[in-house]
Design a binder for this molecule. Structure first.
Ligand SMILES: [Zn+2]
Ligand SMILES: [Zn+2]
Length: 341
């Protein structure tokens, strides 16, 4: 049986499993509208996950064929993966912020060899050792990805209400975890009268017990120096100011003390940046910084793919420190090293 939770006020959630992932599941929200149900996120594209979703919709008294639309918080496959199947079953529209739709479009059009060349060059510039670069340099175009993600057909416009008859759901742009991540603010009285302003579907931006990954926004065709961690911290303050009565996240469980959670995350990031400055007493490449940073296990036990993600996170922190004037690149260093100032 799919686990269905009634959150009141015409909002239910389904726990859709993510195969082989410690996160366990995505919470897919079913929001009633005057025209029929709309989903917030859909879950991982896997046969078991699809079965769970469809059985869950039946348990909610509806079906995949009746879904009117899909609102996607961000492009990651545990959120957007099943959107394609929902649209095939129902003809539902799919809405996403344009910055993440651009990522989906790139994923659909990407030539794997182009991506591998880009990543190998980027990681080499970050000081990655040869053994980490070799698999990327060996990668053959035959390693094509599987089914490509659905291209959204509606834009989620920051600050605007979505077109959901009978509901007030406003898009709040919260870049950081991805460039086009959005939270959705249900501007309606809380069904249990909890103090605060409505409810917030927070995607991966604000979770009760996990700090979301903040890395670089990787785009082989865009050399803009972005500051994803700065974006994320700004976005955290933005949702803090909304002061929702309850947060409905895409993983784990709903929670109500938004201000405390926002404060904890801001403090965590400030402490982490300060800790990095201590490490940067000597010049380090992003790779060397990643090796010395604290992770959930020793560097030697971090698998290959996660190391790439860790370096991206180290670089996002370096960008922030440089932007704040607390670290700088050592001129003439190659690969580039950074030092505290
Ligand atoms: Zn995500
Ligand atoms: Zn997620």
């Amino acid at each position: 049986m799919t686990q269905v939770t009634d959150h009141g006020g015409g909002v239910l959630s389904l726990r859709v499993p993510i195969p082989d992932n410690p996160l366990g599941h995505t919470l897919v929200y079913v929001v009633d509208t005057d025209r029929g149900p709309v989903l917030v996120d859909t879950g991982w594209d896997d046969p078991d996950s699809w079965d769970t979703l469809t059985r869950g919709l039946t348990a909610c008294g509806t079906s995949a064929a009746e879904i009117q639309g899909v609102v996607v918080t961000h492009h990651h496959p545990d959120h957007h993966g099943l959107s394609r199947r929902v649209r095939e079953a129902s003809g539902a529209w799919i809405a996403m912020h344009a910055a993440d739709t651009a990522v989906v479009r790139r994923t659909r059009e990407a030539r794997p060899e182009h991506w591998c060349t880009y990543m190998a060059a980027k990681l080499a510039a970050a000081g990655a050792p040869d053994e980490h670069l070799a698999p990327l340099r060996r990668a053959r175009p035959s390693t094509l990805p599987g089914l490509s993600p659905a291209l959204p057909d509606r834009d989620i416009v920051p600050g605007e209400l979505l077109d959901l008859p009978g509901r007030r759901l406003r898009a709040i742009w919260t870049p950081g975890h991805t460039p086009g991540h959005v939270c959705l603010h249900l501007e309606e009285t809380h069904p249990a009268q909890l103090p605060g302003h409505g409810r917030l579907f927070s995607g991966d931006h604000l979770l009760p017990g996990i700090t979301p990954h903040i890395g670089l926004y990787e785009d082989p065709d865009d050399a803009t120096v972005t500051d994803p961690l700065g974006d994320y911290l700004d976005s955290l303050e933005r949702v803090g100011r909304l002061a929702p009565a309850e947060v409905l996240p895409a993983h784990q469980h709903p929670f109500s003390d938004t201000a405390a959670r926002v404060r904890t995350l801001l403090t965590h990031h400030e402490a982490r940046l300060t800790g990095l400055l201590t490490l940067l007493a000597e010049p380090l490449t992003p790779w060397q910084l990643a090796e010395r940073m604290e992770w959930n296990r020793p560097w030697g036990q971090i698998p290959y793919g996660s190391r790439t993600i860790a370096v991206s996170e180290a670089e996002a922190h370096l960008r922030r420190l440089v932007k704040l004037g607390r670290a700088e690149a050592v001129s003439g260093s190659e690969p580039v090293t950074y030092v505290a100032v």
